[in-house]
Design a protein. Structure first.
Length: 202
C-alpha cells in the first residue's frame, strides 16, 4: 500500500469520528469502530446493548471510501520512536558523554522533534532542516557539540525507526473489518520513502 493507494490505516473525520467516540467512550477519537463481538469483548456485554456500535456502523454505511493517517493512528509513532532513540542512546554510548539516561534523551528528542514537525506542517521549514539539524539540536541540548555524529545518528534513526513494528491497539481488527466493505487510502505528511518502509515492515 502506498500513499493514497491500496488498503491502509485510518483517520476519521466528522460524523464518523463522533460515532467512533460513542462506540468507544475511552478512545481519543481513534479508528476503533468494529463489530459488536469485538466491541462487547472490550467493554463487556453487560455494559452495552450494542446500540452504540450499531449507530457507528449506520454512520459508516454512508461512506464508500475511508482515508487514514499512518502515524499516531495505526502505526504507534511514540512507541517506535522511543525504541529507536533508546537504541541510539546505547549505540553511541551517550551515558559516557554525560547524558544521564535513555529516558532523558527520549524526552529531549520529543521536545525538539515535535516543534520541528509543527513548523514543517505550517510550511515554515524545509524537510532538510529535520533531516540535518534535528539531532544536532538534540545533542547540543545535552551538551554534546558533535555535528558529524549528529548526522550519523540522523541516518541511523531514519533507517531504523520505520522498521519498528508497534501498532496502535486494535489496528489489525479495524483493518480486517473494514477491508471487505470499503476502499481505503493513506494520507500522510511523512517522507515517502520512510512511510513506505513503515508499511512494508508493519
Amino acid at each position: 500500500m502506498g500513499i493514497l493507494s491500496g488498503k491502509g490505516w485510518g483517520i476519521w473525520h466528522g460524523e464518523a469520528n463522533s460515532a467512533v467516540s460513542q462506540a468507544w467512550p475511552d478512545s481519543p477519537a481513534g479508528p476503533t469502530s468494529i463489530s459488536n463481538d469485538v466491541y462487547q469483548s472490550r467493554v463487556g456485554p453487560e455494559q452495552t446493548s450494542g446500540k452504540a456500535s450499531q449507530s457507528t456502523l449506520a454512520v459508516l454505511s454512508k461512506y464508500k471510501c475511508i482515508l487514514f493517517d499512518l502515524d499516531h493512528t495505526l502505526w504507534d509513532y511514540e512507541s517506535n520512536c522511543a525504541e529507536t532513540i533508546d537504541d541510539l542512546f546505547h549505540k553511541y554510548e551517550l551515558k559516557k558523554r554525560g547524558v544521564s539516561s535513555s529516558a532523558q534523551f527520549i524526552e529531549i528528542f520529543n521536545n525538539i522533534n515535535t516543534p520541528l514537525w509543527d513548523q514543517y506542517d505550517r510550511g515554515e521549514i524545509h524537510r532538510d532542516v529535520i533531516r540535518f539539524e534535528r539531532f544536532n539540536r538534540i545533542l547540543l541540548k545535552v551538551g554534546i557539540d558533535d555535528y558529524p555524529m549528529s548526522l550519523k545518528m540522523s541516518t541511523d534513526y531514519v533507517a531504523e525507526s520505520p522498521r519498528k513494528k508497534n501498532l496502535m491497539p486494535f489496528a489489525i481488527d479495524v483493518l480486517d473489518y473494514l477491508h471487505a466493505n470499503y476502499t481505503m487510502y493513506i494520507i500522510t505528511n511523512g517522507f515517502d520513502e520512510i512511510q513506505g518502509t513503515k508499511l512494508a515492515s508493519a
